[in-house]
Design a protein around this ligand. Structure first.
Ligand code: NI
Length: 262
C-alpha cells in the first residue's frame, strides 16, 4: 500500500524520483526452505480437516413402523433398538392399544416418537368425513390417556388420504421415501437388501413391527447402516435436523419432499 502510494505520488512529481524506483524484495529475513514448506503444510492440514468433516458428516435416517403395537414383535424390536441406541417412530393402530399400554410407555421413555395410524386402519380417502375425524380422534384420545398431551402425527393407512380429507387433519402427515414392501416379502434378507439398495440420508423408511421378519430386518438394517455412519432418529428429529417446520395437513415423503395427491 505504501509502495503504491509512493509510486502514485512520484508519478505526480510530488516526490523525488528515487521513491519510485523498483525495490528488490529483501528475502534474507526469510528461511526460504521454510516458506516453501509452510503453505504445503497448511494446505495439507486444511484438506485433512475438510476431509474429516466430510467423513464425519452425520447421515440421518428415520425408521418408521406401522400397524403395531403387537406384544411379542414390538417388544423384541424395542429391545433391539435400545441395545443399538437407535430411535424410531411408531404409527400405532388405536384398537391395538388396549393391553399394550406398557409398550407405548416404553417407546416414549426410550426416546421414540409415537404417531397415529387411525383406530381401525381405514382407507381415509374413501371414508366419510365424520368417520375420518372419528378414526383419528379415537386413537389420539387413547394415546393421550397413556402418554399425556402431545402432538401425534398421522400416517394415513396405505398412505392414502387425498386433498379434501387432508384439510381435516391438524397435525403433519408422514408418508415414506423407502418402501421395501416388508409385509409382502416376509423375508429378512430380501427386506434388508431392498432398503440398502435404495436408502439415502434423510430418508423415511417404512416397515411394520407387526411381522417378526420385519423386526429381524430392522435390526439388521440398523447394524448395517450404523456401520456406514448413519444415525437413526425419529421423524420429528429428522425435520428438526433439516430445519423444516412441518405443516398440519401436509403429507411428507421426507422433510424435504411433500407427497402430492397425484
Ligand atoms: Ni398400515
Amino acid at each position: 500500500m505504501k509502495k503504491l502510494l509512493c509510486a502514485c505520488l512520484a508519478a505526480l512529481a510530488l516526490l523525488p524520483a528515487s521513491c519510485a524506483q523498483p525495490v528488490e524484495p529483501d528475502i534474507s529475513a526469510y528461511d526460504t526452505a521454510g516458506t516453501a514448506e509452510i503453505p504445503v503444510e497448511i494446505l495439507g492440514e486444511l484438506e485433512e480437516d475438510v476431509l474429516e468433516d466430510l467423513v464425519e458428516a452425520p447421515k440421518y435416517v428415520a425408521l418408521t413402523f406401522d400397524d403395531g403395537p403387537r406384544a411379542d414383535t414390538t417388544a423384541r424390536l424395542l429391545d433391539g433398538l435400545l441395545e443399538r441406541g437407535a430411535a424410531a417412530t411408531f404409527f400405532v393402530i388405536g384398537e391395538q392399544i388396549p393391553g399394550n399400554e406398557p409398550l407405548l410407555l416404553r417407546m416414549k421413555a426410550e426416546g421414540h416418537q409415537i404417531g397415529n395410524h387411525t383406530y381401525s386402519h381405514v382407507r381415509l380417502l374413501k371414508a366419510e368425513k365424520d368417520a375420518v375425524v372419528e378414526e383419528i380422534h379415537k386413537t389420539e384420545t387413547l394415546l393421550k390417556e397413556v402418554l399425556g398431551d402431545s402432538s401425534f402425527w398421522l400416517r394415513p393407512p396405505y398412505g392414502l388420504i387425498g386433498a379434501e380429507r387432508s384439510k381435516l387433519i391438524r397435525t403433519p402427515m408422514i408418508y415414506w421415501s423407502v418402501d421395501p414392501e416388508d409385509w409382502k416379502l416376509l423375508n429378512k434378507d430380501k427386506v434388508v437388501a431392498a432398503v440398502l439398495g435404495a436408502v439415502q440420508p434423510g430418508d423415511i423408511i417404512l416397515l411394520h413391527d407387526f411381522y417378526s421378519t420385519s423386526v429381524d430386518a430392522a435390526l439388521a438394517l440398523v447394524d448395517a447402516l450404523q456401520a456406514e455412519g448413519y444415525d437413526f432418529v425419529t421423524v420429528e428429529e429428522l425435520f428438526r435436523i433439516q430445519e423444516v417446520e412441518p405443516q398440519a395437513g401436509v403429507l411428507y415423503a421426507r422433510p424435504d419432499r411433500v407427497r402430492t395427491w397425484g
